[in-house]
Design a protein around this ligand. Structure first.
Ligand code: 13P
Ligand code: SF4
Length: 332
C-alpha cells in the first residue's frame, strides 16, 4: 500500500515516540527525510552528537561510512540504516588499494616508518583501521588543515587517502607540495602524496560554470567545497566544508548573490533568494538520495517488530583501530 509523505511522517513520529531510537540525517538527504531527523548535521557532527545521545538505536540516514563512524565511536549502540548506500568516493579505496599505495611509496624509496597516513572520513572502517594501525588519523573537510599541520610535526611524508582534491586543496592552501599517486611526480619531492580518488558529484562544477555566473551576475560570490577540483577552488571566493559553507552563506547580506558548488539538496534549502547551484547539471549525490521516507518507516517498523534490518556490525580488530584513528582526530 502506498502512503503519502504526510501519512508516512505521521507513522514515523508515532514509532519514534514509542521506540528508543534517534533518527539522524545528513545535510545531503532529501528534504522530507531531513525533516524527520532528530539530529541533523555534517558527518563529523553526526558521529560526535550521537555519541552523547542515550537512545538504544541510531537510525542513520546517510551513506555507509557515516553509519560505520557512529558504530566505531559508539560500539554499544545499535546502528541501523534505511539504505546502506555507499559513497562513491569511499568505494574507490579498500584495504588492498591502501596497501598498494604504501608499496608505491616504498618502491620510490620511502620506507613505511617515514609514512604517516591520513584518511578523509569518507572511507570505510577497514581503511580507517589500517591508518590507525600505522599511527595515522582521520580528518574531515572542516579540520583537514589542522590534522595535516599536526601530522607534519612528525617530519614524515603524508599519504592522504582517498580524495586527491581535498588533499591537494589543503596542500595548496598551506603552501605544501603535493602529488597524486601515478601522476609521474616522484613522491620523495612532495610533502603530501594523494591517492587518486574523487567525488563524482563535486567534479561536476567547471570553470565554465564560474565564468557563466560571474558574467551573468557581476559581484556574485562563488563558494565551493574542497572536494571540487583544485582549479575550481582556486577560482572561488570561499572554499569550505559543509558546515563552513552554511555558516558563510547564512552570514551574507540578504541581497548578496552567491553560486554554490556542493550537493543540491543542501544548496536548495540554504536561503530563499539569491542563491544558485554552480552547475548546469543538478549535482545530486545519487547514494545520499537513495534513502526515502518509506525506507525510514520500514526500518523503524522492523525495530518495532523486534527484527531490525540493515544493522551495522564491525569486527573487533577493525573496530579497535578505526576508533583509534577517529579518536586521534577528535583529540585535536
Ligand atoms: P561532510 O563531512 O561535510 O558531512 O561531507 C561529507 C561528504 O560526503 C561531502 O561530500
Ligand atoms: Fe560521497 Fe560525493 Fe556523495 Fe559526498 S557527495 S557522499 S563524497 S559521493
Amino acid at each position: 500500500m502506498q502512503f503519502t509523505n504526510e501519512e508516512l511522517k505521521e507513522k514515523i513520529n508515532i514509532l519514534k515516540d514509542k521506540l528508543s531510537v534517534t533518527v539522524v540525517a545528513h545535510f545531503y538527504q532529501r528534504d522530507e527525510v531531513f525533516e524527520v531527523g532528530d539530529i541533523t548535521g555534517d558527518s563529523l557532527e553526526l558521529a560526535t552528537r550521537t555519541r552523547d545521545d542515550d537512545a538504544e538505536f541510531v537510525l542513520f540516514c546517510g551513506v555507509g561510512f557515516m553509519g560505520q563512524s557512529v558504530k566505531v565511536l559508539s560500539p554499544h549502540k545499535r546502528v541501523v540504516m534505511p539504505k546502506v548506500a555507499c559513497c562513491a568516493m569511499a568505494r574507490m579505496i579498500d584495504s588492498m588499494y591502501f596497501d598498494d599505495s604504501i608499496k608505491y611509496m616504498n618502491d620510490h624509496g620511502i620506507v613505511k616508518e617515514n609514512i604517516l597516513p591520513i584518511t578523509y572520513i569518507n572511507s570505510n572502517a577497514e581503511v580507517k583501521a589500517k591508518v590507525g594501525e600505522m599511527g595515522g588519523m582521520v580528518c574531515t573537510s572542516s579540520n583537514a588543515k589542522k590534522i595535516i599541520t599536526k601530522a607534519l610535526e612528525e617530519g614524515k611524508k603524508i599519504l592522504f587517502v582517498p580524495d586527491r582534491c581535498l588533499g591537494q586543496n589543503i596542500a595548496n592552501d598551506m603552501g605544501l607540495k603535493s602529488c597524486v599517486i601515478g601522476d609521474g611526480t616522484d613522491p620523495k619531492d612532495a610533502d603530501v602524496i594523494c591517492y587518486n580518488g574523487f567525488c563524482s558529484v563535486h567534479q561536476l562544477f567547471t570553470l565554465d560554470d564560474i565564468t557563466f555566473y560571474r558574467k551573468k551576475f557581476p559581484g556574485i560570490l562563488i563558494v565551493t567545497h574542497p572536494e571540487c577540483d583544485p582549479a575550481i577552488c582556486e577560482a572561488s571566493d570561499f572554499v569550505g566544508s559543509t558546515s563552513q559553507l552554511i555558516k558563510y552563506i547564512k552570514e551574507l547580506p540578504e541581497d548578496q548573490k552567491v553560486a554554490v558548488g556542493t550537493e543540491f539538496n543542501l544548496v536548495n534549502r540554504l536561503r530563499d533568494k539569491n542563491t544558485y547551484v554552480l552547475s548546469s547539471t543538478k549535482p545530486e549525490c545519487p547514494t545520499m538520495n537513495e534513502t526515502t521516507l518509506e525506507d525510514v518507516y520500514v526500518t523503524l517498523k522492523a525495530i518495532d517488530d523486534g527484527e531490525p534490518i540493515n544493522e551495522i556490525s564491525i569486527d573487533e580488530s577493525t573496530q579497535k583501530w578505526a576508533k583509534i584513528a577517529l579518536e586521534r582526530m577528535l583529540a585535536l
